[in-house]
Design a protein. Structure first.
Length: 99
């Protein structure tokens, strides 16, 4: 599981120019069951995506398709974690890890 943190490097007006394309990008990865939830940070200086990626390399390749990345409108921080506790409705997203 990965948390993708976006930090905008430009004005929100510039972000808004590419917001429709960014949302289409999000929809593409929601339809592939890669994105679980996403939204703007508050205050609106970036965004957050919860990603059900199989590897850091896969997540990095997904990020390369984001219009915000393509147009250098944001920087990205990727945090990998292993969920050990979660709500029952979340279980379908969890890959079982044997310890």
């Amino acid at each position: 599981m990965f948390i993708i943190l976006l930090t905008y490097t430009c004005s929100t007006e510039k972000i808004d120019e590419f917001l429709v394309d960014h949302r289409l990008y999000l929809d593409r990865y929601y339809s592939r069951n890669k994105f679980i939830c996403s939204g703007a940070q508050q205050p609106r200086n970036g965004g957050v995506i919860l990603c059900n990626g199989e590897s850091g390399e896969e997540v990095e390749s997904i990020i390369l398709e984001d219009p915000f990345k393509i147009h250098n409108l944001a920087t990205y921080q990727v945090i990998e974690f292993t969920p050990s506790k979660f709500a029952p409705a979340f279980e379908s997203f969890i890959q079982k890890v044997e310890y």
